[in-house]
Design a protein around this ligand. Structure first.
Ligand code: GLA
Length: 493
């Protein structure tokens, strides 16, 4: 419809991401817009990558990874298990979090719940994605260097696994209708997948349930063809190339194609994590609750809002949009408030807040920076093992606001594995530093003593009775804690 399209286009441009395709406004490291148009034709030189020689879009013979569970994982979570069961379990885990109103009862202990091992996205996916920093300037060389940097800079060791190529990798279809990679990938996708896999990492790719990709529709990337009507063929192609993750982005496409692609991925037999964006710009979002799609039954992760950018206000927008969607999250299926902007212009306090909030919301942790040249401060944030452990907790519960001591002060809580254990974020959104208190009662923890650990200073703060007060939480900052109630006294004989 004309009107909604116009609205959507405004939404997209407002976020700068699409404009970034052409102007580099969201791409501090983007080289030039000339790379936008990969040559749609021609034999490509074979260059370097894992010694592969192949034609664009071809199966690349010896380098094609076998279709099937090549990475030793079971089928995708939303594909192999009944996600509705998982969703139900997650809701139960979280103490019946059906109400949007925070209350102590909803934070009852999550102990006794059996996590779901062996499914895809059993915990939120972690990795890197090209879009935020590079827009359409993607190439084989870039992606290989990212994989190298993820290893060299400790990201892989911290749990980052997926190396995801966003829009602009494709170059139309060949005469048989098969997707072709662009000239920027001279050795071809199977060889690139082999390279990524040889590092112990996994590779992701991007498509849309439309005729043209988002960068084609809004950014002039004319070779960007979509998968609408080609779902089965394209899913087979991705599996054959050795792809481990598909981001399927609505962008004026057809929402009905999300389930078609899910089934097509399932039919390949290869575990391919399925990430969808069911929203069209800011004015036609499709989060759980208002989306006609049964999101947890379709995808492993789904975007809940419009594109993130480097501004603090966009991070707050996404936090607020995600805050009440906790009941939909659980092992195998998570809300996705979009990729990370850590290391892309925020202050150290803001970056720590961004990362802490994504972790307590059990959000996918998909770095969007350039890890090759990230500062030590950014590296420290992105690889903080104690914060990552909160995001990756096996229960897969999305944390929620349990107290709002003042207009811009929020106490967030996430039940963790183990008895009476919570992750807590004291989040100061205000313009000045503030003391903030967390009460055990707000967390659903028993009264009495509990051990408090600071997850950013990596220090045990001691044992506290009924509450803990952080004397000064920085403006736009957080204090992130792990709180564990003292073991109940043994019953009297
Ligand atoms: C949309 C998505 C972004 C990115 C671009 C690529 O805007 O929301 O995350 O994938 O498309 O064109």
């Amino acid at each position: 419809m004309k009107t909604s399209k116009r609205k959507t286009r405004r939404g997209l441009h407002a976020g700068c991401a699409m404009a970034g395709l052409v102007l580099g406004c969201n791409s501090s490291d983007a080289t030039s817009s000339s790379q936008l148009s990969a040559s749609p034709n021609g034999q490509l030189p074979s260059a370097g990558a894992a010694g592969a020689t192949s034609t664009p879009g071809g199966a690349a013979g010896s380098n094609a990874t076998a279709v099937g569970a090549a990475n030793g994982e079971a089928l995708p979570g939303s594909l192999a298990v009944q996600p509705s069961t998982q969703a139900g379990a997650a809701a139960t885990d979280a103490g019946g979090m059906s109400s949007a109103t925070p209350d102590a009862a909803a934070n009852n202990d999550a102990g006794g719940v059996t996590p779901v091992p062996g499914i895809l996205a059993a915990t939120p996916p972690m990795g890197w994605n090209s879009w935020n920093t590079f827009g359409c300037n993607v190439s084989e060389q870039l992606i290989k260097s990212m994989a190298d940097a993820m290893v060299a800079r400790g990201m892989q060791a911290a749990g980052y696994q997926y190396v995801n190529i966003d829009d602009c990798w494709m170059n139309g279809r060949d005469g048989n209708g098969k997707l072709q990679w662009s000239a920027n990938f001279p050795a071809g996708m199977p060889a690139l997948a082999n390279y990524i896999h040889s590092k112990g990492l996994k590779i992701g790719i991007y498509e849309v349930p439309a005729n043209r990709t988002c960068a084609s529709t809004y950014g002039g990337y004319t070779p960007g063809v979509g998968s609408l009507g080609h779902e089965a063929d394209d899913a087979r192609t991705f599996a054959e190339w050795g792809i481990d993750y598909l981001k399927y982005d609505l962008c004026q496409g057809q929402r009905s194609s999300f389930a078609v692609m899910r089934d097509a991925l399932r039919a390949t037999g290869r575990p391919i994590l399925y990430s969808i964006n069911p929203g069209n710009g800011q004015n036609d979002l499709c989060p759980p609750g208002s989306c006609a799609l049964d999101l947890p039954n379709i995808a492993n992760i789904w975007r809940i809002g419009f594109d993130i950018d480097t501004q603090w206000t966009s991070w707050l927008r996404l936090i607020d949009e995600n805050a009440n969607l906790y009941a939909s999250a659980g092992p195998g299926h998570f809300n996705d408030p979009d990729m990370l902007e850590v290391g892309r212009g925020g202050t150290a306090d803001e970056d720590r807040s961004h990362f802490s909030l994504w972790a307590i919301m059990a959000a996918p942790l998909l770095a969007g920076n350039d890890p090759r040249n990230m500062s030590a401060a950014t590296q420290t944030i992105l690889t903080n093992p104690e914060v990552i452990a909160v995001d990756q907790d096996a229960l897969g519960i999305q944390g929620r606001v349990v107290a709002t001591p003042a207009a811009n002060l929020q106490v967030w809580s996430k039940p963790l594995s183990g008895t009476n254990t919570r992750a807590v974020v004291l989040f100061n959104r205000s313009a000045g530093a503030a003391a903030m208190t967390v009460q055990w009662a707000a967390l659903g923890l028993p009264t009495g003593t509990a051990a408090v650990r600071d997850l950013w200073s990596h220090a045990d703060l001691g044992s506290f009775t009924d509450s803990y007060t952080a004397p000064s939480v920085a403006s736009h900052g957080v204090v992130m804690l792990k709180i564990t109630s003292a073991a109940p006294a043994p019953a009297a004989p």
